[in-house]
Design a protein around this ligand. Structure first.
Ligand code: HEM
Length: 232
């Protein structure tokens, strides 16, 4: 059987004028941290990047401090860990690929920093994948250790459904109910931000450039009229 194409989801950041929903990104970070980070790294994001999604510097420092990051003693060359600081990048859950596979039935959980760019229609795909687990249709045999997910290219995926029950993550007061669908949208938005933290700057610049070119076109038209005014 062929896999399904992603569902079309509407995202706050869609379109030329779309911007990320900061509260959603913060909830999504919470889902990543409390659920996905057990198996997936986010190695291209530094703690200090979280100020982009609305965390204050003291908050970022506190988040970083709660992580143990790998460290090598300058004198002895011995490997150990120390508490994270704002300039550290997110530490990966496994020391290397061998350890990662050993813990996951020989499958490899990819780093999630660029995942929404690494798949076709990646943002819609990620949400579809997360909510897309279910019972296989009659006659579909799921191999031992794999899970049925029609959105996954291979249909059978090594990752067990990571989001399974409402309230798996506790959101702050005033935030939407943490249903599976909501948590999935939130972590997906967060990972879309992580894959292109400067997306908003890029769009804003594009809009300014087009606006500038429109004015320039109009001015050059006026100049053209004036320059050629006395020539018929
Ligand atoms: C694969 C996301 C939690 C283990 C993946 C993939 C994504 C993903 C996007 C790649 C799918 C593809 O190749 O197209 C997430 C998110 C999570 C989460 C957003 C949290 C909500 C977990 C957890 C575990 C895990 C908790 C470990 C218990 C794996 C494994 C694979 C994988 C082993 C490789 C699957 C395969 O190649 O068959 N995950 N994941 N994931 N994930 Fe997760």
């Amino acid at each position: 059987a062929l896999h399904k194409y992603p569902m079309k989801v509407s995202w706050a950041q869609d379109g030329v004028f779309g911007t990320f929903d900061r509260a959603q990104l913060q909830r999504g970070f919470q889902v990543y941290k409390e659920v996905c980070a057990a198996c997936h790294g986010l190695e291209r994001i530094a703690f200090r990047n979280l100020t982009d999604i609305g965390f204050s510097e003291p908050e970022v420092k506190a988040i970083a401090k709660a992580y143990d990051v790998p460290s090598i003693d300058e004198k002895t060359g011995e490997a150990s860990t120390r508490k994270g600081v704002a300039s550290d990048y997110f530490p990966s859950p496994y020391a290397n690929e061998v350890m990662a596979r050993a813990a996951n039935n020989n499958a490899l959980p990819p780093d999630l920093s660029l995942i929404t760019k690494a798949r076709n229609d990646g943002t819609n795909y990620l949400h579809s994948l997360l909510v897309g687990y279910g019972k296989p249709p009659a006659g579909h045999e799921v191999p031992q250790g794999l899970h049925y997910n029609p959105y996954f290219a291979n249909i059978n995926i090594a990752m067990p459904a990571p989001l399974t029950s409402e309230g798996q993550v506790t959101y702050a007061e005033g935030q939407p109910k943490p249903t599976v669908d909501q948590m999935s949208r939130d972590v997906t938005a967060f990972l879309a931000w992580a894959a292109e933290p400067k997306a908003e700057v890029r769009k804003r610049t594009g809009v300014a450039v087009v606006f500038f070119l429109l004015i320039l076109t109009f001015l050059s038209y006026l100049a053209y009229r004036r320059v050629w005014a006395d020539l018929k």
